[in-house]
Ligand binder design. Structure first.
Ligand SMILES: Nc1ncnc2c1ncn2[C@@H]1O[C@H](COP(=O)(O)OP(=O)(O)OP(=O)(O)O)[C@@H](O)[C@H]1O
Length: 537
């Protein structure tokens, strides 16, 4: 998948709908071409089927044509009748998989956008993923969808005009009425549906209140209780009645026209055949064709009915859409960290300039410096979470662990694996290396509220170690540990992570450091380099 330009979020302004819709169309042009071709074939086959039916009926009724040709034509009609559902299945399958891929892509973009720009609210971003992403995909695919349905409708009308302009023009006003009425009534019905659901939840809340408060409400007497319920139920029922009346009567009217028009065309065709203006075949073919005219219209109306809902979702997600989906570094890359002539900034405000650092396997780097100097910024940049304004950073499979990393309301185990499948012994090993000495089935609470700070930090470290990073950046995540445990964690890190970068105000990392980097005054300098320690010492 191509990555779009990251300008929108950083530049502040969100680009227009068409910018994203065209980008979306370009990214998925293969899927779109396949779906369009399948639909094209279905449309052509549908029209061909109607024309063949006209010919067959006329040959039988008027005694023209021979038996061999008839058998061939009938076989073709039956064949088409089988082929259309198969093509339909293929297009629906392709469209469904495409939609899921698009959902994953957009979710990745949201996640990356949040990580690249920590100003975003993470909880908000997660709710976007669960609530809006599907709508965004539907909204971006809307032009294609509408074009497809319009093409279906136009093909049916064109074929009808070709077979019998008289009948087509006669039923056209009815089709227009169907379209206009449904278009006018559709949105109020959707609105009523929403109000009805709201009323239902109000009613349900009332029931719940009565059930929960029954004990104290009993003093008011059972009759009063029932009265409260009755009033609430009647209010809800009144809303429900109105909604059902609207929606069912529209459904009834639409069905009447959907069934009526093809049969009207059929009857008209038969009458015209008596006058010699049409043939019986025309009547049958028109009936078959016109039965297909309403489905695309209904689809267009349904899409336009949810248009505003889709648009709102899009507006909520658009600020996240331009994030670049970075590539995973290839496995087996040498874990050498290179930071060359790098400038790091936030919204144009430079934090660090001219950073040049090289770390090699076995390095244990202690990053120190005054508060606000840019240590975290450097650490995040190593893991690709802050993009350099200038220069290049190479740090294969780097993971950054910071104190803001989220601990979910789940067990320690789930917080380490994040619900991914890992062999049990690997999870236990990661927990052991991170010096987790409390049960792995212990509940963490929302945000780790049931853990001490040191426990929370060890869970975060185990989560990172389980993923076997080649470069691990720990940003003040040993601050809650007592010195003895901190030493054990750092020692484990030194043994198992090829390149460890520890950002800390404490002195403990000095014991293990092969390199010390001082971050202050807008610069990050290597101030000390010691010989590499052997991993067993
Ligand atoms: N997301 C952000 N947006 C804008 N500015 C930021 C952002 N994060 C950090 N900064 C700014 O960048 C500068 C460096 O911050 P950074 O957190 O990297 O420093 P630090 O050395 O890690 O500090 P500390 O020791 O207090 O954690 C600070 O002036 C800070 O205000």
């Amino acid at each position: 998948m191509n990555a779009a330009s990251p300008a929108a979020t950083r530049g502040g302004g969100v680009k227009s709908y068409w910018h994203y819709a065209l980008g979306f169309a370009k990214r998925y042009w293969v899927d779109e071409a396949v779906i369009f071709s399948l639909w094209g074939a279905m449309i052509i086959l549908g029209v061909a089927q109607a024309l063949l039916i006209k010919q067959i009926v006329d040959e039988v009724v008027y005694g023209a044509g021979d038996a061999g040709t008839l058998v061939f034509q009938i076989s073709a009609v039956v064949g088409i009748a089988f082929l259309i559902p198969i093509l339909n299945f293929l297009s629906e399958y392709r469209a469904a998989v495409w939609a899921q891929r698009a959902i994953i892509d957009i979710s990745h973009r949201i996640v990356h956008s949040v990580v690249l720009s920590p100003a975003h609210n993470r909880g908000e971003a997660l709710s976007r993923i669960s609530g809006d992403v599907l709508n965004v995909v539907l909204y971006l695919a809307l032009p294609l969808d509408v074009a497809l349905q319009a093409a279906r409708f136009i093909a049916v009308v064109a074929a009808s005009l070709y077979i019998s302009p008289e009948i087509t023009l006669f039923v056209a006003p009815l089709i227009a009425v169907y379209f206009l009425v449904a278009k006018k009534l559709g949105p109020p019905i959707l609105e009523w549906g929403r109000r009805e659901r709201e009323l239902y939840s109000q009613w349900f809340r009332r029931v719940k209140e009565v059930v929960d408060g029954a004990h104290s409400l009993y003093r008011a007497g059972v009759r009063a209780l029932l009265k409260i319920l009755l009033e609430a139920s009647e209010k809800w029922l009144a809303g429900y009645r109105k909604y059902e009346l609207y929606s069912k009567s529209l459904g009834f009217g639409a069905n009447a026209i959907t069934f009526g028009v093809p049969n009207l065309a059929f009857g008209l065709g038969l009458l015209l055949s008596l006058q010699g203006v049409a043939t019986v075949g025309t009547a049958v073919a028109m009936r078959t064709l016109l039965a297909e005219a309403f489905e695309p219209l209904a689809q267009i109306m349904m899409k336009s009915g949810s248009y505003y809902q889709l648009k709102r979702s899009f507006e909520r997600v658009a600020p996240y859409l331009d994030a670049v989906v970075s590539k995973e570094p290839a496995r087996g890359e040498a874990p050498v960290v290179k930071v060359e002539k790098v400038t790091l900034s936030y919204d144009g405000n430079v934090v660090l300039r001219g950073v040049h650092l090289v770390f090699v396997p076995g390095d244990f780097v202690w990053v120190r410096g005054p508060t606000g100097g840019g240590k975290s910024t450097l650490g995040k940049a190593l893991a690709g979470l802050v993009k350099p304004l200038e220069g290049e950073i190479e740090a294969p499979r780097a993971i950054y662990v910071g104190n803001d990393d989220y601990v979910f309301d789940a067990s320690v185990w789930d917080n380490i694996t994040l619900w991914e499948e890992f062999p049990e012994e690997e999870v236990r090993r990661a927990a052991e290396l991170a010096q987790i000495d409390f049960p792995l089935d212990k509940k963490c609470g929302e945000g780790g509220s049931e853990l001490s700070e040191g426990q929370r930090q060890r869970v975060l470290i185990a989560r990172a170690l389980l993923r076997r990073p080649r470069v691990l950046v720990l940003d003040e995540v040993t601050s809650g540990l007592n010195q003895e445990v901190e030493e054990r964690v750092l020692d484990a890190l030194r043994r198992v992570v090829p390149i460890a970068v520890v950002i800390s105000h404490r002195q403990t990392p000095a014991r293990y450091a092969t390199k010390i980097v001082e971050v202050s005054g807008g610069a990050a300098r290597l101030v000390e380099a010691r010989p590499l320690l052997s991993s067993t010492s």
